[in-house]
Design a protein around this ligand. Sequence first.
Ligand SMILES: CC(C)(COP(=O)(O)OP(=O)(O)OC[C@H]1O[C@@H](n2cnc3c(N)ncnc32)[C@H](O)[C@@H]1OP(=O)(O)O)[C@@H](O)C(=O)NCCC(=O)NCCS
Length: 207
Amino acid sequence: MVALRPFKSADLDDLYEISLATGHAGRDATALYQDPRMIGHLYSAPYALLSPATSFVAEDETGVGGYIVGAVDTYAFDYRLGREWWPELRAAYPDPPGSPPTRWNADQRRCYLIHHPWRTPEAIVETYPSHLHVNLLPRMQGQGVGRSLLELWFGTVRPLGAAGVHVGVSAHNHRGVRFWKSCGFVPLENAPTGSTVWLGRHLDADR
Ligand SMILES: CC(C)(COP(=O)(O)OP(=O)(O)OC[C@H]1O[C@@H](n2cnc3c(N)ncnc32)[C@H](O)[C@@H]1OP(=O)(O)O)[C@@H](O)C(=O)NCCC(=O)NCCS
């Protein structure tokens, strides 16, 4: 039995663990990283801590096994990251030497992003201003939990003014891309091509 509930600060370590366990194109990234919190620093923890009202977890008898986090306003969230999240991490993690990224290991590539955060192209954010991340441990996958978390999130962000949402998925995460498509997301034609697939979905205000 899986229950969905709002994020609590005591869930933070679980979010870090789930981020790592799903951080290699949807699969376990543990073997790739020396620092097990590197992925969570970028893709789950800041959302849960800066925007707890739009953060939810999925929990079963074993514990928290999934989460959904996101930002209603991507530009405003990026601004808050700059003031409230990156400074402390930048002090803790050095900017890797040299220019990207031929000989860097996975930790160094993430460190680079801490110092030089990725900015989603304007053409995407203008049309789909919100974005989100959802990740489930294998034991929770394939039972409708991802779709249920998504519906909970949409129901939360619509009243906050969200009209369109985008996601960026590793091009190697074929299962993830199929999930988004079956949940009404369409690949974005104006998106840059590369290692990330961009998809978007409009949110009907009256649903
Ligand atoms: C991707 C993920 C969030 C999907 O959640 P889920 O609970 O496993 O998916 P659901 O059971 O809710 O399925 C929802 C829909 O997506 C479809 N779907 C899910 N996984 C699929 C797959 N591997 N292939 C095809 N369709 C898939 C389901 O068929 C279902 O469609 P339907 O309701 O029309 O039948 C989850 O599997 C996960 O966290 N994976 C690892 C991390 C990851 O890849 N995260 C996404 C990164 S962008």
